[in-house]
Write a protein that binds this ligand. Sequence first.
Ligand code: AQP
Length: 332
Amino acid sequence: RRRIFSGVKPSGHLTLGNYLGAVRRWAQEDQHRADALFCVVDLHALTVEHDPARVRRLTRQAATLLLASGLDPEHCTLFVQSHVDEHARLSYLMECTATDGEMRRMIQYKEKAAREQARGRSVRLSLLTYPALMAADILVYGTHEVPVGEDQTQHVELARDLAQRFNQRYGPVFTVPRATNPKVSARVMDLQDPTSKMGKSHAETAGIVYLLDEPDVVRKKIMRAVTDSGTEVRYDRTGQPGVANLLDVLASCTDGKPEVLAGEFASYGELKRATAEAVLELLRPLQARHAELCADPSYVDGVLRAGAERARDLARPRVNEAYAAVGLLPPA
Ligand code: AQP
């Protein structure tokens, strides 16, 4: 059976971008067609300055939101990365496989390192080596497919390269994975700055729709979205990025085509109203289910405990094999 792995990082509250770019597909398609593992990748949240209590809270919240989005423990394995030691164990071998230059070329590293420096903070070494841990997350399960938004594709490609290089050097230990992106909404843009992606850890929150935003807040954020000069609703990602982003979101929520939807609106205001309603429609059941799950924390704990047990059992033999393959003496 094909294996799928993907994750979310508890570096902020989950956004509409996370949902449309990744989580929705995990729930609606991936868990039903493959052996799917989904993970709250908490170690990755330590790569920038963080508040420990907040990371702990966001980890639980992310797991709860994944369940509220429809991940079903009967159909997939859901767990927290730090509960499965094998990720960190394999990460070291990935650091021994990757090169310094490869890591420094990652777009996300360049962007996030610049952001940390602009805030007067030093850049943690783990921000640079992040893709090695992410490669370990993926490769440790013999993953075939990694369903992600566009921003993570470069990291999955690096994981591919590392798997191939490792196999060439030491023998065929790893499956070579590939990234898959959704057709629409692979990159949801910030409503206030439609040339940059909607990111959960950004300091400016007016352009970000969080999955747990109140309906009034969602409406306000979408109605205040930056559009472009002009009045005609056209789908033009470079010429009219703000309008195109709204059309993409609407298309993604309603299963339509952005080019076709463009012809249905006479003004930006109408487009915004329709988009806000479509987003609210999408969030309503998810928020209701989230509230139910919050009332039953022992259920969430049980899911995460069972998920980590299964993940550990799957991961351990492959990490042991990789350790032996590189020449480490197995314990007697
Ligand atoms: N704006 C987006 N549009 C489409 N997909 C997106 N994803 C993230 N932002 C968008 C996808 O959501 C999944 C989980 O993301 P992540 O937790 O790994 O974080 P990230 O990719 O680093 O982006 P975030 O959410 O904006 O977090 P920060 O601000 O901390 O970097 C991934 O599949 C991702 O592609």
